[in-house]
Design a protein around this ligand. Structure first.
Ligand code: BG6
Ligand code: MG
Length: 216
């Protein structure tokens, strides 16, 4: 069995079902700007920072705007997103997430959150999940979004664990790439086709057991 000392979890789409709210808000913005935005196109935005996501979205729609206009559009999207998550409840925690976090903690494996979202702390506190993590890295602590490994490397550093002894849980293509770039193991949650760079892929954390670390 590999020596796993820490698990680093992405938030949106791994711990909470909020990836759909990011998509809804971007879609609303695209429609307002006069173009369609599909779920397939949305895969390219997952794990990517707010401003980088906006750049990708505008490219899909062939829209060119000034930097000032971009700031306004990003703020608009975020206001919608914040409204969507304002009523977030226990039911929005993804199946098996809380249970698996508890199993990891019980096995004396350290835990970190590795998300580039600036709204991560709001979500964790609303759901009372902040104490499940020894370290919380969010979009306010890093400069570079995934696939840059900064968010995961900072998590490993705060936990005082070597990257090669960390496992990352991710639902985004950019997130798996960030884990690979960090020299960490990665477990994809979702579509095998999209997450082919992961060491292995599961449908949800409900399927996860500590014994599966042997597959890494
Ligand atoms: C990531 C999401 O977790 O956070 C992305 O996967 C999102 O879709 C990014 O763009 C930044 O989030 P926020 O909340 O800072 O706009
Ligand atoms: Mg995600």
């Amino acid at each position: 069995m590999k020596k796993i000392e820490a698990c680093i979890f992405d938030l949106d789409g791994v711990i909470v079902d909020t990836a759909k709210y990011h998509y809804m808000a971007w879609k609303k913005l695209a429609n307002e700007l006069g173009f369609e935005f599909t779920e397939e196109q949305n895969e390219k935005l997952k794990g990517v920072s707010r401003m980088d996501s906006l750049d990708i979205l505008l490219k899909f729609g062939n829209v060119n705007v000034s930097y000032e206009e971009k700031c306004l559009l990003a703020e608009k999207k975020n206001n919608w997103y914040v409204e969507f998550i304002s009523n977030i409840k226990d039911e929005d925690i993804l199946p098996g997430a809380k249970e698996f976090l508890q199993i990891v903690i019980n096995n004396n494996i350290k835990t970190a959150l590795g998300s580039v979202s600036k709204n991560a702390m709001t979500i964790l506190t609303k759901l009372g999940l902040e104490n499940y993590f020894n370290s919380i890295i969010d979009g306010n602590k890093v400069v570079n979004a995934k696939p840059n490994p900064e968010v995961f490397l900072l998590g490993a550093k705060e936990l005082n664990v070597l990257p090669k002894n960390c496992v990352v849980f991710e639902d985004a293509e950019a997130g798996i790439q960030a884990a690979v770039n960090a020299g960490m193991y990665s477990i994809g949650i979702g579509d095998r086709g999209i997450l082919s760079g992961a060491n292995f892929v599961i449908n949800s954390l409900e399927e996860m057991e500590i014994d599966k670390f042997q597959l890494l």
